[in-house]
Ligand binder design. Structure first.
Ligand code: PLP
Length: 447
């Protein structure tokens, strides 16, 4: 990319999809699983920072980070350099059966980074769903209890254990049952669309209370519950930030009954919210934390951090051939260094700026019912009517498509949300460009 191109981002010069993209999409459709959720016809050639170039030379501003993964931006030179160096030394040996420094170093780093003072240990996997599976298994193993409680709107992955916890969209579960027995779902602290029809401030955190008053009275005995599995901020479910009291009361309930508190930070973790872990905003030390996505700037890696006293499973009880791959581990170590050197602060700073711009956009466009999130984990929620808050899902889809046509990459979340999860390297002017494009699209939609 030349400097001149860089200052004209985004820059769309062909029909979308362009001719080369159209060819690749046709091939993909013939041979690739139809279960994938491609929302617009973007065929990526390369990425640099917050810029994506497609195969026809169009330049896009990326506010998706490959689903909240490329936290340090696409192909950050220091990440690429760390990968190159490691790949000349060792590509794989399996951390399950052998030792190597990158995995031991990353385990130490993550154990020390995790909130709270209790000593921690780390299990490595390749993805978010695998880190959730590991947490699910460890919770049952350690507590010798079978029941798990997760939350409506939550997304935890698509393998059988994590899918049993997931309660985001029915299409994700339909046809795959029976799922793992022993999982119940409870209402999440979504104050914009309260699941128990109350108002924050006078509700007494009725969603958490309903676990005691409904689930524990009628269906699940608390002494059989191994864990609560909860996203500190719901991701796929709509970037829903619960009130402080939601996590506080849930943690108190967990402690009262000897239930483990598992924070699924796969989407919210690794600096995205302006803190290393989103649960730090709520002042809680989880028993177990699940990580993936942003941990290694694009290389596949998952991690499950648990208090050492909880990670008491014996040799051979759980492992992974590829988990903790040395190349992914060095990418993660460099990612964390970059986050600590300034990207986490940048997420906080640019996040606040973007939040203000989105609030101003809400003043201008009645379709925006809510602006929410933390750091660079932000969303707008589109509604047909601000009073009824009826989700404007069709309009949301049209807006995401129209932004793509203008060179801004966005993703939906929840019923009618649009999420903003750009790389944590973005600058104020890129946030302003994204909001300007969105403003144009919203104005055009109004006609
Ligand atoms: C909170 C959360 N947990 C787990 C997962 C599953 O991660 P993966 O797709 O890497 O298996 C996701 C993916 O979106 C997620 O957002």
């Amino acid at each position: 990319m030349t400097y001149q191109e860089l200052v004209q981002i985004p820059m769309i010069k062909t029909m979308l999809p362009g001719p080369i993209a159209s060819r690749i999409i046709a091939q993909d459709e013939e041979y690739t699983s139809p279960s994938y959720t491609r929302f617009y016809p973007l065929v990526v050639r390369r990425g640099k920072g917050a810029i994506i170039e497609d195969v026809d030379g169009n330049l896009f501003l990326d506010f998706t980070s490959g689903i909240a993964v490329c936290s340090t931006g696409h192909c950050h030179p220091r990440i690429v350099d760390a990968i190159k160096k490691q790949s000349e030394l060792l590509l794989h040996m399996s951390g399950t059966d052998f030792y190597y420094a990158p995995q031991a170093d990353l385990a130490k780093k993550l154990a020390l980074l995790a909130p709270g003072t209790s000593p921690k240990k780390v299990f490595f996997a390749n993805s978010g769903t695998e880190s959730v599976e590991a947490a699910f298994k460890l919770a049952r193993y350690h507590t010798k209890r079978k029941q798990i409680i997760s939350f409506f709107g939550g997304f935890h992955g698509r393998t059988m254990g994590s899918l049993s916890l997931t309660a985001s969209k029915t299409i994700q579960r339909k046809g795959f049952g029976p799922l793992i027995p022993g999982v119940s779902h409870a209402p999440f602290g979504n104050c914009y669309r309260c699941p128990v029809n109350m108002t924050f401030g006078t509700c007494g955190i009725a969603c958490v209370e309903s676990i005691e008053k409904q689930l524990f009275r009628h269906t699940v005995s608390p002494d059989e519950v191994a864990a609560f599995v909860v996203e500190p901020i719901q991701g796929e479910g709509g970037y829903v930030v619960p009130p402080l009291e939601f996590h506080r009361d849930l943690k108190a309930l967990a402690e009262k009954h000897g239930i483990l508190y598992i924070a699924d930070e796969v989407q919210s973790g690794m600096g995205r919210t302006g803190k290393m872990f989103a649960i730090e905003h709520f002042g809680i030390e989880p028993d177990i934390i699940c990580l993936a996505k942003g941990i290694a700037s694009g290389l596949p890696l998952g991690a499950m951090i648990a208090k050492s006293e909880i990670m008491d499973w014996p040799k051979g009880s759980h492992a992974s051939t590829f988990g903790g791959n040395p190349v992914a581990c060095v990418a993660a170590l460099e990612t964390i260094t970059l986050l600590e050197e300034g990207l986490m602060d940048n997420a906080q700073h640019v996040g606040e700026f973007l939040f203000e711009l989105l609030l101003a956009l809400k003043d201008k466009h009645g379709l925006i019912g809510d602006v929410r999130g933390k750091g660079l984990m932000l969303a707008i929620d589109l509604v047909k009517n601000r009073e009824s808050k009826e989700p404007a899902g069709v309009e949301r889809d049209a807006i995401v498509q129209a932004c793509f046509k203008k060179g801004l990459l966005l993703l939906g979340c929840g019923l009618s949300g649009i999420r903003f999860c750009p790389p944590l390297i973005i600058k104020d002017h890129e946030a302003a460009t994204a909001v300007k494009i969105l403003d144009e699209v919203l104005s055009e939609l109004k006609g």
